[in-house]
Ligand binder design. Structure first.
Ligand SMILES: [Zn+2]
Length: 379
């Protein structure tokens, strides 16, 4: 059985240990001790070194008691977003919130608390289960870097669950691929009052490009956003440089290729429209671009063993669990890309990435019961 009081206390303790991205060492060492006390073998991989963090991903092996069963992965991330230092959790009835100065850190310490509680419950009840591989990643909130650098050779599981989304009863099985785009638009500097005709405004080029760009929700599967724009130096100077950071996402690879291509094309075409002739030489606006794949989509089939195990677990407990698609990306995307079929189960965290973040205690309890039952259903 899930011990709700013990899990809640554990959660309250964890959120009071600061763990911003790349600064997860303190919480990782606490978790190492707790997991070792449960009989797990704990190690850290080299991901921390690779990305300049304090510590690597925590990998724990919790032995099974039924050798006929396959190993299962349970994962959550240790890092939190800002403002996430000096968190003071406040319990209000069946909710836990921060004091309003910081986030709560339920993203993703609710996931960690659930996993540790499930291991404790398994140990007490001695019910049949296979080996459980626990991965607590670093740097999820910073480009999924921990998962991207996770040493997969240390894992045997082929299926698993990430606990890193809000509503309990939701199992995310689909999530988009995402491209990142950076543009540096080059114009030509000139005195804005004396000789603007000798300049090319990088701001105007960017405006032209963005003005004709399809952005926001493109279709049911695709979104795009210009997130950052910086440039210019003074009102009396025709600006010669503008930086733009953007992203596009889609559940469809074809649509993503089309959208990313469209955004690049808009900048290229806009730059070509702006030119000046100086001393017999034609000078045209120009764009440097840097485009890369941030992460690949998650597309777990409805009949995947992990989805079926969660559904059987929900049924056994008379809970509803619905599979759904999300527009966000998380470590689950990376695990799937690396060959472990992983879906993302809700934990009861709400209004995440804001100082209004709160956790529904009863939802966390329900999620823990589902995970505990899933571990036993998975064979
Ligand atoms: Zn998260």
């Amino acid at each position: 059985m899930i011990n709700l009081e013990r899990m809640t206390d554990h959660f309250l303790n964890l959120v009071q240990i600061d763990s911003l991205s790349k600064k997860e060492k303190a919480v990782a060492l606490v978790l190492q001790k707790e997991l070792e006390a449960l009989g797990a073998k704990v190690e850290f991989d080299e991901a921390g070194k690779a990305i300049g963090g304090e510590i690597g991903n925590l990998i724990a092996r919790f032995p099974g008691n039924d050798p006929s069963r396959r190993p299962l992965l349970l994962s959550a991330h240790m890092d939190t977003v800002v403002p996430g230092e000096g968190i003071k959790p406040i319990v209000e009835g069946r909710k836990i919130r921060s004091d309003g100065r910081t986030i709560l850190g339920g993203d993703d310490k609710s996931g960690i608390s659930i996993i540790v509680e499930v291991l404790r419950a398994l140990q007490e009840k001695k019910r049949p289960h296979g080996e459980i591989e626990v991965v607590f990643t670093i740097c999820e909130e910073f480009g999924l870097l921990g998962a991207k650098h996770l040493d997969m050779s240390r894992l045997k599981a082929r299926d698993g669950l990430v606990l890193d989304c809000d509503n309990v009863g939701i199992l995310f099985t689909k999530s988009p691929s995402s491209d990142r785009l950076e543009f540096k638009v080059h114009g030509l500097e000139a005195h804005a009052g004396v000789c603007p005709e000798r300049g090319i405004s990088a701001v105007q080029i960017a405006a032209e490009a963005i003005g004709r760009m399809k952005l926001g929700r493109i279709d049911s599967e695709t979104t795009a956003n210009i997130g950052v724009i910086q440039g210019g130096s003074a009102t009396n100077i025709v600006p010669n440089c503008v930086y733009i950071k953007a992203e596009s996402r889609s559940h469809s690879e074809e649509q993503l290729t089309a959208q990313t291509g469209h955004m690049r094309e808009c900048f290229r075409e806009a730059a070509e429209k702006f030119s000046v002739e100086l001393e017999g030489k034609r000078i045209t606006g120009r764009v440097e671009e840097n485009v890369w794949r941030d992460y690949d989509r998650m597309n777990v089939p409805e009949d995947a063993p992990i989805v079926l195990a969660v559904k059987r677990a929900a049924q056994a407990l008379s809970y509803q669990v619905q599979t759904k698609a999300t527009g966000g990306g998380c470590d689950a995307n990376v695990f799937n890309k690396k060959g472990i079929t992983v879906a993302n189960l809700g934990t009861g965290m709400h209004d995440i990435h804001t100082v209004k973040e709160w956790l529904a205690i009863d939802e966390m309890n329900q999620a823990a019961e589902i995970v505990l039952e899933t571990v036993q259903q998975y064979k």
